[in-house]
Design a protein around this ligand. Structure first.
Ligand code: ZN
Length: 284
Protein backbone atom coordinates (compact mmCIF):
# COMPACT_ATOMS: atom_id res chain seq x y z
CA UNK A 1 0.00 0.00 0.00
CA UNK A 2 1.05 3.58 -0.66
CA UNK A 3 0.21 6.05 2.09
CA UNK A 4 -0.08 9.73 1.31
CA UNK A 5 -1.28 12.85 3.06
CA UNK A 6 -2.82 15.68 1.09
CA UNK A 7 -4.15 19.20 1.53
CA UNK A 8 -2.83 22.47 2.88
CA UNK A 9 0.18 22.46 5.15
CA UNK A 10 -0.89 21.70 8.70
CA UNK A 11 -4.34 20.51 7.58
CA UNK A 12 -3.41 17.39 5.66
CA UNK A 13 -5.75 14.44 5.43
CA UNK A 14 -4.72 10.80 5.03
CA UNK A 15 -5.01 9.00 1.74
CA UNK A 16 -3.64 6.18 -0.33
CA UNK A 17 -2.67 5.67 -3.92
CA UNK A 18 -4.62 2.74 -5.29
CA UNK A 19 -3.70 0.14 -7.88
CA UNK A 20 -4.81 2.45 -10.71
CA UNK A 21 -2.56 5.24 -9.51
CA UNK A 22 -5.52 7.25 -8.24
CA UNK A 23 -5.28 9.22 -5.02
CA UNK A 24 -8.00 8.14 -2.61
CA UNK A 25 -9.15 10.10 0.45
CA UNK A 26 -9.27 7.73 3.42
CA UNK A 27 -10.09 10.30 6.07
CA UNK A 28 -13.35 8.47 6.82
CA UNK A 29 -11.18 5.69 8.28
CA UNK A 30 -10.92 8.16 11.13
CA UNK A 31 -7.18 8.14 11.77
CA UNK A 32 -4.20 10.05 10.51
CA UNK A 33 -0.77 8.43 10.08
CA UNK A 34 0.43 9.08 13.62
CA UNK A 35 2.60 7.21 16.09
CA UNK A 36 -0.58 5.62 17.43
CA UNK A 37 -1.68 4.53 13.95
CA UNK A 38 1.56 2.66 13.35
CA UNK A 39 1.73 1.32 16.91
CA UNK A 40 -1.73 -0.23 16.68
CA UNK A 41 -1.12 -2.03 13.41
CA UNK A 42 -2.89 0.69 11.49
CA UNK A 43 -1.57 -0.44 8.12
CA UNK A 44 -3.32 -3.82 8.44
CA UNK A 45 -6.44 -2.25 9.87
CA UNK A 46 -6.58 0.30 7.07
CA UNK A 47 -6.13 -2.44 4.47
CA UNK A 48 -9.01 -4.44 5.97
CA UNK A 49 -11.20 -1.35 6.14
CA UNK A 50 -10.41 -0.48 2.53
CA UNK A 51 -11.46 -3.92 1.33
CA UNK A 52 -15.02 -2.98 2.35
CA UNK A 53 -15.02 0.80 2.10
CA UNK A 54 -12.79 1.78 -0.81
CA UNK A 55 -15.74 2.31 -3.15
CA UNK A 56 -17.15 4.97 -0.84
CA UNK A 57 -13.90 6.94 -0.62
CA UNK A 58 -13.65 10.11 -2.72
CA UNK A 59 -10.84 10.57 -5.20
CA UNK A 60 -8.38 13.38 -4.66
CA UNK A 61 -7.34 15.65 -7.53
CA UNK A 62 -3.80 15.26 -8.79
CA UNK A 63 -3.52 19.04 -8.44
CA UNK A 64 -3.91 18.84 -4.69
CA UNK A 65 -0.76 19.45 -2.67
CA UNK A 66 0.84 16.41 -1.08
CA UNK A 67 2.10 16.80 2.46
CA UNK A 68 4.63 14.61 4.21
CA UNK A 69 3.18 11.07 4.21
CA UNK A 70 3.08 10.79 8.00
CA UNK A 71 2.35 13.06 10.96
CA UNK A 72 5.33 14.63 12.66
CA UNK A 73 7.29 11.75 14.22
CA UNK A 74 9.09 11.85 17.55
CA UNK A 75 12.44 11.95 15.77
CA UNK A 76 14.40 11.80 12.55
CA UNK A 77 17.66 9.91 13.01
CA UNK A 78 20.09 10.32 10.16
CA UNK A 79 23.02 8.14 9.27
CA UNK A 80 26.11 9.97 8.04
CA UNK A 81 28.75 8.73 5.61
CA UNK A 82 26.92 5.50 4.83
CA UNK A 83 28.06 5.27 1.20
CA UNK A 84 31.79 4.84 0.66
CA UNK A 85 32.16 7.21 -2.29
CA UNK A 86 30.18 9.90 -0.46
CA UNK A 87 32.47 9.64 2.58
CA UNK A 88 35.40 10.10 0.22
CA UNK A 89 33.94 13.13 -1.59
CA UNK A 90 33.24 14.67 1.83
CA UNK A 91 36.89 14.27 2.75
CA UNK A 92 36.06 11.92 5.62
CA UNK A 93 37.16 8.48 6.70
CA UNK A 94 34.80 5.56 6.25
CA UNK A 95 33.29 5.07 9.72
CA UNK A 96 33.85 1.83 11.61
CA UNK A 97 30.35 2.02 13.11
CA UNK A 98 27.32 4.06 12.02
CA UNK A 99 27.60 7.83 12.41
CA UNK A 100 24.31 9.17 13.76
CA UNK A 101 22.87 12.63 13.98
CA UNK A 102 19.46 14.15 14.57
CA UNK A 103 17.43 16.37 12.34
CA UNK A 104 14.72 18.61 13.82
CA UNK A 105 11.25 17.29 12.98
CA UNK A 106 10.13 20.89 12.35
CA UNK A 107 12.18 20.65 9.13
CA UNK A 108 9.67 18.22 7.60
CA UNK A 109 7.70 19.38 4.56
CA UNK A 110 5.87 17.87 1.62
CA UNK A 111 7.62 16.17 -1.30
CA UNK A 112 6.92 18.98 -3.76
CA UNK A 113 7.11 21.97 -1.43
CA UNK A 114 9.61 24.75 -1.97
CA UNK A 115 12.93 24.36 -0.15
CA UNK A 116 13.95 27.60 1.55
CA UNK A 117 17.60 28.65 1.61
CA UNK A 118 18.03 29.81 5.22
CA UNK A 119 19.00 33.29 6.30
CA UNK A 120 22.77 33.79 6.03
CA UNK A 121 23.27 30.55 4.11
CA UNK A 122 25.77 30.22 1.28
CA UNK A 123 26.18 26.43 1.15
CA UNK A 124 22.79 24.73 0.91
CA UNK A 125 23.16 21.25 -0.59
CA UNK A 126 21.06 18.25 -1.64
CA UNK A 127 21.09 14.60 -0.47
CA UNK A 128 18.71 11.93 -1.77
CA UNK A 129 18.16 9.21 0.85
CA UNK A 130 16.06 6.16 1.52
CA UNK A 131 14.06 6.82 4.70
CA UNK A 132 12.86 3.91 6.82
CA UNK A 133 9.63 4.42 8.77
CA UNK A 134 9.49 2.45 12.01
CA UNK A 135 6.34 0.42 12.65
CA UNK A 136 6.68 -0.58 16.29
CA UNK A 137 8.58 0.34 19.41
CA UNK A 138 12.16 -0.86 19.06
CA UNK A 139 14.64 -1.14 21.92
CA UNK A 140 17.70 -3.44 21.90
CA UNK A 141 16.53 -5.12 18.73
CA UNK A 142 18.50 -8.00 17.25
CA UNK A 143 19.71 -7.53 13.70
CA UNK A 144 17.98 -10.78 12.74
CA UNK A 145 14.62 -9.37 13.90
CA UNK A 146 15.11 -5.78 12.84
CA UNK A 147 13.09 -5.90 9.63
CA UNK A 148 9.96 -6.79 11.65
CA UNK A 149 10.10 -3.24 13.01
CA UNK A 150 9.78 -1.53 9.62
CA UNK A 151 6.41 -0.07 8.57
CA UNK A 152 7.60 1.17 5.20
CA UNK A 153 9.90 3.38 3.21
CA UNK A 154 9.90 6.80 1.64
CA UNK A 155 12.20 9.36 0.03
CA UNK A 156 13.98 11.99 2.11
CA UNK A 157 15.94 14.89 0.69
CA UNK A 158 18.38 15.44 3.57
CA UNK A 159 18.90 19.09 2.67
CA UNK A 160 22.07 20.31 4.35
CA UNK A 161 23.74 23.66 4.95
CA UNK A 162 27.42 22.76 4.79
CA UNK A 163 28.76 25.86 6.51
CA UNK A 164 26.32 25.45 9.40
CA UNK A 165 27.09 21.71 9.45
CA UNK A 166 30.86 21.62 9.12
CA UNK A 167 32.35 25.05 9.75
CA UNK A 168 30.50 26.00 12.93
CA UNK A 169 31.17 24.67 16.42
CA UNK A 170 29.64 21.41 17.50
CA UNK A 171 27.32 18.93 15.89
CA UNK A 172 25.92 18.49 12.37
CA UNK A 173 22.37 19.16 13.60
CA UNK A 174 22.74 22.90 12.91
CA UNK A 175 23.20 22.29 9.20
CA UNK A 176 20.38 19.79 8.92
CA UNK A 177 17.40 21.29 10.69
CA UNK A 178 16.25 24.51 9.02
CA UNK A 179 12.62 24.72 7.98
CA UNK A 180 11.92 22.72 4.77
CA UNK A 181 15.20 20.79 5.08
CA UNK A 182 13.34 17.47 5.23
CA UNK A 183 11.02 16.98 2.25
CA UNK A 184 9.44 13.52 2.71
CA UNK A 185 7.42 11.51 0.23
CA UNK A 186 5.51 11.47 -2.08
CA UNK A 187 4.32 8.31 -0.34
CA UNK A 188 5.23 5.65 2.19
CA UNK A 189 5.53 2.33 0.44
CA UNK A 190 4.56 -0.27 3.03
CA UNK A 191 7.22 -2.85 3.84
CA UNK A 192 5.23 -5.79 2.45
CA UNK A 193 5.58 -4.29 -1.05
CA UNK A 194 9.37 -4.40 -1.12
CA UNK A 195 11.32 -7.62 -1.52
CA UNK A 196 14.72 -6.15 -0.93
CA UNK A 197 15.18 -2.57 0.27
CA UNK A 198 18.92 -3.08 -0.09
CA UNK A 199 18.67 -3.13 -3.87
CA UNK A 200 16.92 0.06 -4.91
CA UNK A 201 18.13 2.67 -7.34
CA UNK A 202 18.11 6.20 -5.99
CA UNK A 203 18.87 9.39 -7.88
CA UNK A 204 18.68 13.15 -7.78
CA UNK A 205 18.63 15.65 -10.63
CA UNK A 206 19.37 19.34 -10.34
CA UNK A 207 17.71 21.41 -13.09
CA UNK A 208 17.40 18.20 -15.11
CA UNK A 209 21.05 17.19 -14.73
CA UNK A 210 21.76 13.93 -12.90
CA UNK A 211 23.84 14.65 -9.81
CA UNK A 212 23.33 11.47 -7.76
CA UNK A 213 22.67 8.02 -9.17
CA UNK A 214 23.35 4.99 -7.03
CA UNK A 215 21.82 1.95 -5.42
CA UNK A 216 21.03 1.16 -1.79
CA UNK A 217 23.18 -1.96 -2.18
CA UNK A 218 26.15 0.41 -1.83
CA UNK A 219 25.30 1.24 1.80
CA UNK A 220 28.14 0.57 4.22
CA UNK A 221 25.78 -0.40 7.05
CA UNK A 222 22.60 -2.10 5.86
CA UNK A 223 19.10 -1.43 7.15
CA UNK A 224 18.85 -4.30 9.72
CA UNK A 225 22.20 -3.34 11.16
CA UNK A 226 21.19 0.32 11.38
CA UNK A 227 17.93 -0.41 13.19
CA UNK A 228 19.62 -2.76 15.64
CA UNK A 229 22.48 -0.32 16.19
CA UNK A 230 20.30 2.74 16.77
CA UNK A 231 18.08 0.79 19.17
CA UNK A 232 21.08 0.25 21.46
CA UNK A 233 21.13 3.99 22.14
CA UNK A 234 17.47 5.06 22.05
CA UNK A 235 13.99 3.61 21.74
CA UNK A 236 12.64 3.96 18.26
CA UNK A 237 8.95 4.84 18.33
CA UNK A 238 6.37 3.96 15.69
CA UNK A 239 6.51 6.57 12.93
CA UNK A 240 10.13 7.50 13.63
CA UNK A 241 12.19 8.06 10.52
CA UNK A 242 15.67 6.69 9.95
CA UNK A 243 17.38 8.35 7.01
CA UNK A 244 19.96 5.90 5.77
CA UNK A 245 22.57 8.18 4.21
CA UNK A 246 23.24 9.69 0.82
CA UNK A 247 25.35 8.41 -2.06
CA UNK A 248 28.07 10.19 -4.00
CA UNK A 249 27.23 13.34 -5.96
CA UNK A 250 26.38 16.15 -3.54
CA UNK A 251 27.42 19.75 -4.17
CA UNK A 252 30.05 19.61 -1.42
CA UNK A 253 31.93 16.94 -3.34
CA UNK A 254 32.06 18.76 -6.68
CA UNK A 255 35.10 20.62 -7.93
CA UNK A 256 34.35 23.46 -7.78
CA UNK A 257 31.73 22.97 -5.10
CA UNK A 258 28.21 23.87 -6.14
CA UNK A 259 25.40 25.00 -3.90
CA UNK A 260 21.71 25.70 -4.38
CA UNK A 261 20.50 29.09 -5.55
CA UNK A 262 16.94 30.42 -5.79
CA UNK A 263 15.22 29.05 -8.87
CA UNK A 264 17.03 25.70 -8.83
CA UNK A 265 14.81 22.64 -9.08
CA UNK A 266 15.65 19.33 -7.41
CA UNK A 267 13.96 16.13 -8.55
CA UNK A 268 14.65 12.91 -6.70
CA UNK A 269 13.40 9.37 -6.80
CA UNK A 270 13.82 5.83 -5.51
CA UNK A 271 12.51 2.64 -7.14
CA UNK A 272 8.90 2.11 -6.12
CA UNK A 273 8.69 5.31 -4.16
CA UNK A 274 7.85 7.85 -6.82
CA UNK A 275 9.47 11.20 -7.41
CA UNK A 276 9.63 14.40 -5.39
CA UNK A 277 10.31 17.79 -6.91
CA UNK A 278 11.34 20.84 -4.96
CA UNK A 279 11.98 24.35 -6.14
CA UNK A 280 14.57 26.33 -4.22
CA UNK A 281 13.61 29.78 -2.96
CA UNK A 282 15.27 32.46 -0.87
CA UNK A 283 14.31 33.07 2.75
CA UNK A 284 12.00 36.08 3.04
ZN1 ZN B 1 22.29 12.70 4.84
Amino acid sequence: MKLIRFGQSGQEKPGIIDGNGDRIDVSSFGEDFTEEFFETDGISRLRTWLSKSANNCPKVSKETRLGPPLCRPSKIICVGLNYAKHAKESGMQLPTEPVLFFKATSAICGPNDDVIIPKNSVKTDWEVELAVVIGKRASYVLESEAMDFVAGYTIHNDVSEREFQLEREGQWVKGKSNDTFAPLGPWILTADEIDNPSNLNLWLKLNGETMQNSNTSDMVFKIPELISYISQFMTLLPGDVISTGTPFGVGLGLDPQRYLVPGDVMELGIDGMGVGKQKVIAYQ
